[in-house]
Design a protein around this ligand. Sequence first.
Ligand SMILES: Nc1ncnc2c1ncn2[C@@H]1O[C@H](COP(=O)(O)OP(=O)(O)OP(=O)(O)O)[C@@H](O)[C@H]1O
Ligand SMILES: [Mg+2]
Length: 226
Amino acid sequence: MDVVKILLLTLGGGLEHALNVYRQLKDLQLEIVEGGNVLINGISVVGKGTNSVVFKCRPEITKNVELACKLRRGDSTRSSFAPEGQFLHLANTVGVGPEVYAYYKDIVIYRYIDGIHIDTWWREASPEKKRIVVEELMSQAYKLDKIGLSHNELSRLEKHVLIERDLPVIIDFESATLGSRNNVTQVSNGLMRLGLKPPAESLRTYKRCLCIDAFKEILRFFLDQL
Ligand SMILES: Nc1ncnc2c1ncn2[C@@H]1O[C@H](COP(=O)(O)OP(=O)(O)OP(=O)(O)O)[C@@H](O)[C@H]1O
Ligand SMILES: [Mg+2]
């Protein structure tokens, strides 16, 4: 199917929006690829949010690089995806998030994650695998705290963490902010929703000192439950 038609059917917002997104894809020499488990108006895509539709995509020059293109919906409340691209780029500097490839007003392009949402993964995973994921996820949260980049939506891990080859990848930095350091707290709340008890005392200490010892205590408390 014609790309503009695909964009028109999936993004909404009329022909003007579809053409704008099309031009940005063309400028970056990227092609979107149909496929994925979510169906919008008969078109399969990788994911759908309130502000975006996520497609698989690839550079025109090479067919075997798998990327994800997060495209702004016509009815999005956000005027630009550039801040999200910048926050993701910042997260990448400490090894967090899918590696960003490029971003533009209506597009963020980053590595395609061949994974599943953490809540689905959690139901089947062994205690050992869960321990590795919890440790890795908490370490990523700690790294974000250290650079003062707050994701702000991590208490809903089920929407913002994908598991790829049994390792967690934090996605969707659209609500991120600079300055506060509460990712460890957010992830702890998220783990609670997956059935783990939170270490209230160590969390309070961590909030005050943001120190490695309190972080280690929090982590130990979670790991001991698995
Ligand atoms: N890099 C990726 N690789 C594979 N799938 C992805 C990737 N990024 C996002 N997705 C899928 O697309 C969905 C929507 O992405 P995202 O959460 O970034 O969009 P959103 O518009 O911010 O959504 P929401 O309105 O829920 O906040 C995700 O839940 C996930 O299933
Ligand atoms: Mg979002």
